[in-house]
Design a protein around this ligand. Structure first.
Ligand SMILES: *Cc1c(COP(=O)(O)O)cnc(C)c1O
Length: 397
C-alpha cells in the first residue's frame, strides 16, 4: 500500500514558485476563473466588501479591473465596468437600469444595434422608447413623458457625422432629473468627456478606437452615481457579460498608444476629407472639421478641435460606382467596422443600414454612393493614392 507520498502531484496548483526580487514591467494576464480564500470568515468579508478579493471571474477579475481603471481615468469617471462587447455595455445600462413601465428616449441615428435594442427588445419587457433627432432640443423635450427615465445619445451620428446639441440635452436632463447616457465611442475621451458636460452614464465600444487594432470585442460602462453603478454591476454579473482576461489585456495594450493613434488618424482624416472634396464624381464630403459641415461651429466648441477620425462621402453613379470604387482600392480594407489602426471603408446601404427602408435611408442621405471611412494611421500618401484611384474608377463609369 502506498501512502500517496510517491504519487505525482500533477493536480496540485499551489506550486511554491519563487517570485524573485524583480517584477514584470507588463501587466500579467490572470486567467483564473476561481479564487481560493483562506477561510469562510475571509470569504464572507470579501462578499460583504470589507476585504478586497476576487471570488469568481464572472464577478470581476484583475485584467478587467485594470482596463476599467484606465478608461475611468481617461473619462474622469469611477467604478467602470468592462463588458464583453460594446452592445453588452449598452444593454447593461438600458436593461440594468430601466424597468417595466419606464420610457427611454434615444437618438434616431444611434448605432444600429442600439436602435434595435430600443425598438425591438425593450418593448418586449414593457419599456417604451421614442427616437428623436438629437440636433433638435425641442424634439427631445416634446418626447419626454412623466415616466421617461433616460436619454441615450451619441455625440456624432453614424454614418452622417451630425453633431448632437449636447449642451441643450444636458440642460434638459438637469432640469428634469432624466439620466443622460452618452455613448462616447466615436468622439472618445480625447474629443469629448461626457462627465464634464453633465452626463450621468458613459458607454464605449472599446472594440473600436480605444483597443484600436480590430482584434478584441469589448465594452465599457460607468455612472457618476455609485448606486447606479452598483445596479448596473449586479445586472452585468447576472447576465454574464464578462470579458475575457486575454481580451482585456490586449485592449490595455492598445490604450497605451491611443493618444498617438487618435492624433495621427485625425490629422489624416482632415487631409483625406479635403482631398476627397477635390476628386471627380464626389458629390459631398462630411467631416465635422470642415467649414462646410452643417454643425462645424458646434463641433469646434464641443470637441475642442478634435474632430475625429471618421469621414463620410458620397459619389455619383449608384451601386455600380460604389463597386468600382471599392475594387480600385488595394490598400484600404472594405469592412463594416471602425477604429482599426488601418483605414477601413464601409458602405452603409449594404451593411449597417441594409434593413432600413430605402426611403428612410434616402431621407438622411444614405444613398448607394454613400461611404463612411474610418481613417487610420497610414502615411497620408497611401490613402490619397487609394482614394484617388477609387474615385477615378467610379467617375469613369
Ligand atoms: C460598435 C459600436 C457599438 C457596439 O459595440 P460592439 O463592441 O460592436 O458590441 C455601440 N455603439 C457605437 C457607437 C459603436 O460604434
Amino acid at each position: 500500500m502506498s501512502d500517496g507520498s510517491n504519487l505525482p502531484k500533477t493536480l496540485v496548483r499551489r506550486m511554491p514558485l519563487e517570485p524573485g526580487v524583480s517584477r514584470p514591467v507588463v501587466t500579467p494576464i490572470q486567467p483564473s476563473v476561481v479564487y481560493s480564500s483562506e477561510s469562510p470568515d475571509q470569504l464572507e468579508a470579501q462578499y460583504e466588501g470589507k476585504d478586497h478579493g476576487y471570488t469568481y471571474s464572472r464577478e470581476g477579475h484583475p485584467n478587467a479591473d485594470l482596463l476599467a481603471a484606465k478608461i475611468d481615468m481617461m473619462e474622469g469617471g469611477k467604478g467602470g465596468i468592462i463588458t464583453a462587447s460594446g452592445m453588452a455595455a449598452v444593454g447593461t445600462a438600458l436593461m440594468g437600469l430601466l424597468s417595466q413601465g419606464d420610457h427611454v428616449i434615444g437618438g434616431d441615428q444611434l448605432y444600429g444595434r442600439s436602435l434595435r435594442m430600443m425598438t425591438q427588445d425593450l418593448p418586449r419587457f414593457g419599456i417604451a422608447s421614442t427616437l428623436v433627432d438629437t440636433m433638435d432640443p425641442e424634439a427631445v423635450k416634446a418626447a419626454i413623458r412623466p415616466e421617461t427615465k433616460m436619454i441615450l445619445v451619441e455625440v456624432m451620428s453614424n454614418p452622417t457625422l451630425r453633431i448632437a446639441d449636447m449642451e441643450a440635452i444636458a440642460r434638459i436632463c438637469a432640469e428634469t432629473g432624466i439620466l443622460l447616457a452618452v455613448d462616447n465611442t466615436f468622439t472618445t475621451p480625447q474629443g469629448y468627456r461626457p462627465y464634464d458636460h453633465g452626463a450621468d452614464i458613459v458607454i464605449h465600444s472599446v472594440t473600436k478606437l480605444l483597443a484600436g487594432h480590430a482584434d478584441v470585442t469589448l465594452g465599457y460602462v460607468s455612472a457618476k452615481d455609485p448606486e447606479i453603478s452598483e445596479k448596473m454591476r449586479v445586472f452585468w454579473i447576472t447576465m454574464g457579460a464578462t470579458p475575457s482576461p486575454n481580451d482585456c489585456w490586449l485592449a490595455e495594450r492598445g490604450i497605451y498608444t491611443f493618444d498617438l493613434r487618435y492624433q495621427k488618424s485625425q490629422e489624416n482624416a482632415a487631409q483625406l476629407a479635403d482631398f476627397l472634396a477635390d476628386q471627380p464624381g464626389v458629390k459631398r464630403v462630411i467631416y465635422p472639421g470642415r467649414k462646410d459641415h452643417p454643425e462645424h461651429q458646434r463641433a469646434a466648441k464641443l470637441l475642442n478641435g478634435e474632430f475625429g477620425n471618421m469621414v463620410s462621402f458620397e459619389v455619383e453613379g449608384g451601386r455600380a460606382a460604389a463597386n468600382a470604387l471599392v475594387r480600385a482600392m488595394p490598400e484600404v480594407a472594405f469592412a463594416p467596422t471602425l477604429g482599426d489602426v488601418g483605414t477601413t471603408v464601409s458602405h452603409p446601404a449594404t451593411s449597417s443600414h441594409r434593413l432600413i427602408a430605402e426611403a428612410d435611408r434616402q431621407a438622411v442621405g444614405i444613398t448607394e454612393g454613400f461611404f463612411r471611412v474610418s481613417v487610420g494611421i497610414e502615411d497620408i500618401e497611401i490613402l490619397k493614392a487609394d482614394f484617388g484611384a477609387g474615385c477615378a474608377a467610379a467617375a469613369a463609369l
